[in-house]
Write a protein that binds this ligand. Sequence first.
Ligand code: SF4
Ligand code: SF4
Length: 100
Amino acid sequence: MGETSGLLSTIEDKLYRVQYHHANESHIQVDQRICDHCRIERICLYICPAKVYEQDVESGRIRVNFENCLECGTCWIACTEGAIDWRNPQGGFGVRFRHG
Ligand code: SF4
Ligand code: SF4
């Protein structure tokens, strides 16, 4: 537990340094028709460090909280089903990482 909570606080510390400038439109789209038949255990729900992907409890559909995206590209690579359409946010929008 000690090691895990130490790691989590480190990640939270790092996320605290991230500044967001949200666009109105999502730069991530998922194809729900593919997600409905996901064969890779809905890995998007677990692999994203910013927890951008959530599953709606009632409908079971994938929700995308694109505002929290860190633009790492992991989900796009991990979803081998090809359900994720990920583009860079429009110029001037997205994340800015503060250093120091
Ligand atoms: S986005 Fe990819 S990994 Fe996530 S549920 Fe859809 S098909 Fe599965
Ligand atoms: S690009 Fe990275 S932070 Fe953004 S949704 Fe995908 S896994 Fe999450």
